[in-house]
Design a protein around this ligand. Sequence first.
Ligand code: PYC
Length: 321
Amino acid sequence: MQRIRVIDSHTAGEPTRVVVNGAPDLGGGDMGERRARLLESSAFRQAVIGEPRGSDVLVGAVLSDGVDAASAASVVYFDAAGCLYMCGHGTIGVAVTLGYLGRIGAGRHQLDTPAGPVAVEYDGAHTVTIHNVSSYRPAAGKGVSVRVPGYGRLSGDVAWGGNWFFITAEHGQELELANAPALTNFALAVRGALQRAGVRGDGGEAVDHVELVGPARRADADARSFVLCPSGAYDRSPCGTGTSAKMACLHADGHLQPGETWRQESVVGGLFEGSFQPDPQGGEAILPRITGEAYLTADATLLLDDADPFHDGLPRQVTAG
Ligand code: PYC
């Protein structure tokens, strides 16, 4: 019997599963090498995140020692489709989990991620502010037009917030929870069209997140979003990397200034509060800050029984487009 200890939390409704013991050794290399090691461990990822122990909605996190001596830990995020570069809601969940484990206290800490180091300000309870990686819209990312079979032509922006996003307000969809299946199908179709059209992020990276934005429902929010994740599930949270990418676009278009607050609401009604400073490296890139809350939901041991015909969980069942 293989045992894997996990701590589950949710950040504005979006779950994070932090693997505390029983993960593959990711080695002592840089974060790209550690991510590559976790990508090779597909049976482990599927067993921890896939059904019947998990679902496409879950984001996992494997901790290891910091690459930088100043870091509290390094973290590689994964979902049913593979490994993410960064995860905003997941980082909020990791900080609260590290607090629960007594590995960090209230204050500012650094975490290494494959997208780069991020700082977290943790209040010692539930609230975390992430200082995310530099986020930007490449020159070729503005007003990318794509024809989506069954829906017609639309345009949006390709931007980086720690993952690659296609962000569009031209969707004609109601961003309501009751509409989640239709929104998912639409976003999958958009992602498929982007892939077929060869739309990619810098370095040829796949644009694997689709962010639909629209008017806020909450009085304290500036906008509402629906974000399709690589797994094919939608983010229950407002998506930390997606909020960062959106702020980068707003700034590039002159609609959001350094220090101004941007509150992004999710399709389930949770809220992240964002702001940014210009990236001193130059251009229109920004250094985002995202604040949200996470709550623990389980401290559990996953059991992988050698006799179980579905020892490694079920293969992924998604996704058309
Ligand atoms: O919060 O950045 C985020 C995120 C990415 C995928 C799911 N959540």
